[in-house]
Ligand binder design. Structure first.
Ligand code: SAM
Length: 411
């Protein structure tokens, strides 16, 4: 295996293990001659559950002492990647299904060895236990009816990545709903006899409904789930499957994200929009904010709007002559601006990779939980300064929220 592809493949395994939470253990050894910390002998990494959510503990073993640090998944992943080749020549990764060892020799050549783990589940009861832990069991009817799995509950050809995305989305949604205080085990407020009012969850640009069904299946009678989709044939198909599967609190409507109406007064507690193209993501976020949604979950794609509008400072000129850098920079500016606008609108915002790039390139998720007073002036000034640095004076979500990025004035 050639050097670059071995390292890239190992990076990708690390990404799956950290982001999908399958890491059992990761060890680094054999310090490199160029290491900045020659007395750092090993680093050991393990998952740990903290009050603030899943983290990873890094134990840095020096010649005479140990230093322990905890990182959330995205930072843990970057930290682990940065140790490879710079501090250590050897890394060994263990997940429930496999082990992988990357070795970099004195000439910088990398070699990757992978083994199926001895403890990979092989017996019927182990497979049964694993199946019970999946957020969406593989035998779920709608997975079959929508063509994700076959009659035996195995992914159809070409659908394995989609299935992983659905499972991961369900896991993340569950954790975000809990973080937002929206998911409770009972339908009553503690000490109250009144049943909690079902949530309204709106999935904008629901497409074939994979994620809408996942949300409805998870929440059952705790939520009305609505899919809003432009294409009538997908709306018809999804409504048929929902009725066949007796998911009575799930329905799909044909309409445009910017203008559609649903439920009473287009109420929305949870707004979802995954891969709604370009500024459709901004239209969806704006609808959620206007409705006072407690939780917003989007995964943007095709961030086209700002690319022709950006006028980056001269120092970036030569770098951004390369189309791929300009495209990535435009994506970054668009999504970073969205995250800052959400903070300004009163949402505690998280940005993370939600499935590994091994499964899809469109993997950035932006999630906002409404838990703070909106419209803090300092934040507005900083986000406008950020936009102005890139010569950006207008952007779809900013327009929806009445923010003039050029002057910092709001209407
Ligand atoms: C790439 S698909 C994603 C589907 C789904 N959210 C998922 O992640 O599996 C985008 C969907 O959004 C729909 N869409 C895009 N812009 C829309 C708009 N402005 N109003 C309604 N639907 C829209 C498209 O028709 C398409 O079905």
């Amino acid at each position: 295996m050639v050097q670059e592809s071995a390292i890239l493949r190992f990076h990708s395994l690390l990404s799956s293990a950290f982001i999908e939470g399958t890491l059992v253990k990761l060890t680094f050894g054999k310090p490199t001659p160029q290491s900045q910390e020659p007395d750092l002998k090993n680093v050991y990494v393990r998952p740990v559950n903290l009050k603030s959510g899943p983290h990873f503990t890094f134990v840095y073993r020096y010649a005479t002492r140990d230093v322990t640090k905890n990182f959330p998944p995205a930072i843990a992943l970057e930290t682990a990647r940065s140790l490879l080749g710079t501090a250590f020549c050897d890394a060994h990764l263990f997940t429930p299904l496999q082990s992988a060892q990357l070795e970099i020799d004195a000439e910088g050549k990398a070699r990757l060895r992978q083994k199926v783990a001895a403890h990979a589940p092989t017996s019927r009861s182990e497979r049964h236990d694993r199946e019970k832990r999946r957020p969406v069991p593989l035998t779920t009817g709608w997975l079959h009816r929508l063509g994700v799995t076959n009659a035996e509950g195995r992914p159809r050809e070409g659908m394995a990545a989609k299935l992983r995305q659905i499972q991961k989305f369900a896991e993340i949604l569950d954790s975000l709903l809990k973080d937002a205080g929206l998911l409770h085990d009972t339908r009553s407020e503690p000490g109250s006899r009144t049943p909690r009012k079902p949530l309204t969850v709106v999935d904008m640009g629901s497409g074939k409904g994979y994620l809408t069904f996942a949300a409805a299946g998870m929440l059952r009678d705790r939520a009305h789930v609505v899919g809003v989709e432009d294409r009538q044939e997908l709306v018809t198909l999804c409504n048929e499957v929902a009725r066949e599967e007796k998911l009575d609190s799930l329905n799909f409507i044909q309409g445009n994200i910017a203008t559609a109406t649903w439920a009473e007064d287009s109420r929305c507690d949870v707004l979802i929009a995954l891969h709604a193209c370009d500024t459709a993501t901004d239209d969806a976020l704006a609808r959620g904010i206007a409705a006072g949604a407690k939780l917003l979950v989007v995964s943007p794609c095709c961030q086209k709007e700002l690319r022709p509008l950006m006028q980056p400072p001269a120092i970036l000129g030569d770098a951004l002559l390369h189309g791929i850098f300009l495209e990535r920079q435009a994506e970054f500016v668009t999504d970073a601006l969205r995250a800052q606008l959400l903070e300004w609108a009163g949402y505690r915002t998280k940005v993370f990779e939600f499935v590994s790039t091994e499964h899809t390139a469109r993997n950035v998720m932006i999630a906002g939980i409404k838990d703070r007073p909106p419209q803090q002036q300092g934040r507005l000034e900083r986000l406008c300064a950020f936009a102005q640095f890139y010569g950006v004076s207008t952007q779809a979500l900013a327009r929806h929220l009445g923010v003039d990025l050029a002057s910092g004035v709001t209407t």
